[in-house]
Write a protein that binds this ligand. Structure first.
Ligand SMILES: [Zn+2]
Length: 185
């Protein structure tokens, strides 16, 4: 009768090694691609929405999506209703004309324009990371997550991240494939 002995570490590791299930891996890979493609699709819609903004320097678009992936609101940055672009200027030369005093951000417009009772558990897609003021109302609206395209290393965005971190609202940058947008109207 062969003498029984404890298996060596190498033997134990061999016993524990698991052959990857190829079909499962393919399925997981497919799911990852599908999720990324879904996020890219909504970022594209946010990007197209941003083109409606009259801001010559920073056009921002926002799309809010519910748990069933239905779009419940969109918004872009612009002056309030009735605030005439010909009177209120987008340039910053005169402090009285500083656009930051007047502009409604894309996220704010999207929240105001929503076609549902609550944004609780909705997901936000935005072409530029939300500033601190937008982060405040996104947090208060109890959105679930923020996906964004671009970011800036500025105080407004750093403070926004601090608030989102403390409120445990995750955010994730979406990398888009190199593509050219051609819009024919
Ligand atoms: Zn903002």
């Amino acid at each position: 009768m062969p003498e029984s002995r404890a298996p060596s570490i190498e033997e134990s590791l061999n016993c524990l090694s698991i052959e990857p299930d190829k079909s499962q891996r393919q399925e997981n890979l497919k799911k990852e691609v599908t999720d990324l493609e879904k996020h890219q699709r909504f970022i594209r819609i946010a990007k197209v929405t941003s083109l409606r903004s009259k801001d010559p320097n920073t056009q921002v678009g926002c799309v809010i999506v519910d748990k069933d992936n239905c779009i419940v609101s969109i918004g872009y940055n612009g002056f309030p209703i009735g605030v005439d672009d010909d009177v209120f200027r987008w340039d910053k030369e005169d402090p009285e004309d500083n656009k930051h005093l007047y502009v409604v951000h894309a996220e704010m417009n999207a929240i105001i324009n929503k076609r549902c009772a609550t944004l609780h558990d909705c997901v936000v897609y935005v072409t530029l990371f939300p500033c601190n003021k937008c982060a405040q109302i996104l947090i208060q609206s109890r959105v679930k997550k923020v996906y964004y395209l671009e970011d800036r290393d500025e105080l407004a965005f750093r403070s926004s991240k601090r608030m989102l971190d403390h409120s445990k609202i995750p955010y994730e940058q979406i990398i888009m494939p190199k593509e050219k947008y051609v819009i024919r109207l």
